[in-house]
Design a protein around this ligand. Structure first.
Ligand code: 7TS
Length: 439
């Protein structure tokens, strides 16, 4: 299996060839004119060939975790079969190979996020660890009694609970930006919440429960005007959007590998160098020190100060393979394909009797949360599962948001680069069966 994605860039039917002199398109126009061959992308994902309960697998639970392409699987196998060793410590050959691959992966992440340097990329277990790292290290040093931390009403629990713990401990206040009925952040209310006591704003790039893409560039600038530091929960941003941390000017950006076609248990935290430099270590142990004595321990340089213990070496290397994969396929082309699926599936779902889509923001990632009148979401999930269709049902780790919309739970279909319109049709057909059973 080659390391390159199984993707061809081909001209749209009817496109002029050769091109007239003087009309050479810009790179972004050229991308729009190339065809996205979803069937060839699907061939890269071996799990999509399997059946579930006698039906072809229709995997629509991508916001929970994505499937892995052969390129990532092969890279993990090669690491364990040929390169396995601990990093940053051995002088022997394999340790050098493993260290080079591990640090090469950090460079891949640096470029992927357009960070200024590798010092700004801390390799973590995922988004949850990245946010907790900021809350424990930056938060405990910089937030005190009477200070304020702002989050929004559509956050995942991992961008709520660490700030709740911090503000409770420090006798600070947690403020919540409300959302409108479409599931969009109320920017006027946000502007009113910001003041000189605001120390930190933590907001998701995109909501896992509703799909809302938040106007984070604007929100970051507003927070900075108030003198606050901004943490972006990028768990649902990285799989769907092109990220440029310098352009966004965020202070921290956390994401997980497994939501962007990489392994579980690995992710990265971007932090501005000056902030990371001034922060105390999060965990103590091997690799994060320069010297240890019982009298005094000195800490390692960035980013190693924040990477205590043997890391998930294979996972980090697999994450880089995943980022290379989506880069090769083309982030803009993936976004366009997913947007087409979002529009198509939304339109088809709205044809069902008694359906209500929760989350109708103008800017949406390919996530559709819905309730069906008279049917509990768990029953929807169970019946669809009989058809080989995987969706998530429940509160999506966003219980306050469920309360805001007065629903105990929703069904959620989330689409990825390998999903098809036919799979959206299968979802709709499955939901028709659900309606027949329950009404
Ligand atoms: N933030 C958001 C917006 C998420 O969607 C998730 C995971 C996390 C943080 C936590 O990521 P982790 O990799 O550290 O666990 N979201 C989901 C989901 O929607 N269904 O399962 C996990």
């Amino acid at each position: 299996m080659s390391a390159e994605p199984n993707v061809v860039l081909s001209r749209e039917d009817g496109e002029e060839s050769p091109r007239k002199i003087g009309t050479d398109p810009s790179p972004s126009t050229r991308l729009r004119m190339t065809k996205y061959d979803v069937q060839r992308v699907r061939e890269d994902f071996p799990i999509l060939r399997r059946e579930v309960r006698g039906n072809p697998l229709v995997y629509l639970d991508n916001a929970a975790t994505t499937q892995k392409p052969q390129q990532v699987i092969d890279r993990l196998v090669r690491y364990y079969a040929e390169e396995n060793s601990n990093v940053h410590r051995g002088v022997h050959y394999l340790s050098e190979v493993a260290t080079a691959a591990y640090e090469g992966a950090r460079t891949t992440v640096t470029r992927f996020l357009n960070a200024r340097s590798e010092k700004e990329i801390v390799l973590t277990r995922g988004t949850t660890e990245g946010i907790n790292l900021v809350a424990y290290s930056w938060g405990r040093k910089n937030v005190g009694a009477g200070d304020e931390v702002i989050i929004s009403a559509i956050e995942h629990h991992s961008n709520i609970v660490p700030w709740q713990q911090l503000t409770e401990e420090k006798k600070a206040t947690l403020k919540i930006i409300p959302v409108n009925d479409a599931g969009e952040i109320d920017l006027d209310a946000y502007a009113k919440l910001l003041n000189e006591r605001t120390k930190l704003v933590a907001v998701g790039h995109a909501s896992n429960a509703l799909g809302t893409i938040n106007p984070i560039k604007k929100m970051i600038a507003m927070a900075h005007d108030a003198g606050a530091v901004v943490v972006i929960d990028g768990a649902q941003g990285v799989p769907h959007l092109t990220i440029d941390v310098q352009d966004l000017d965020c202070d921290f950006y956390a994401f997980s590998g497994h939501k962007v076609y990489g392994p579980t248990g690995v992710g990265a935290l971007y932090g501005k160098e000056a902030l990371l430099e001034a922060m105390p270590p999060f965990m103590g142990g091997g690799d994060m020190i320069l010297s240890v004595s019982f009298e005094k321990t000195t800490y390692n340089a960035l980013p190693y100060k924040f990477e205590a213990g043997t890391p998930n070496i294979a996972g980090v290397i697999g994450l880089a393979a995943a980022l290379d994969y989506v880069t090769h396929v083309g982030l803009e082309r993936i976004a366009a394909h997913e947007h087409d699926l979002l529009l198509y599936a939304t339109d088809r779902l709205l044809g069902l009797d008694g359906i209500r889509i929760i989350g109708t923001a103008r800017e949406k990632a390919s996530v559709i949360s819905f309730v069906l009148e008279g049917v509990h979401p768990h029953d929807i999930g169970t019946i669809l599962d009989q058809e080989g269709i995987a969706i998530r049902t429940g509160h999506h780790c966003a219980q306050p948001l469920m309360m805001r919309f007065n629903v105990p739970a929703t069904g959620r279909a989330s689409f990825a680069l390998y999903n098809t319109r036919e799979e959206a049709d299968a979802l709709v057909a499955g939901l028709k069966k659900v309606i027949e059973v329950f009404r």
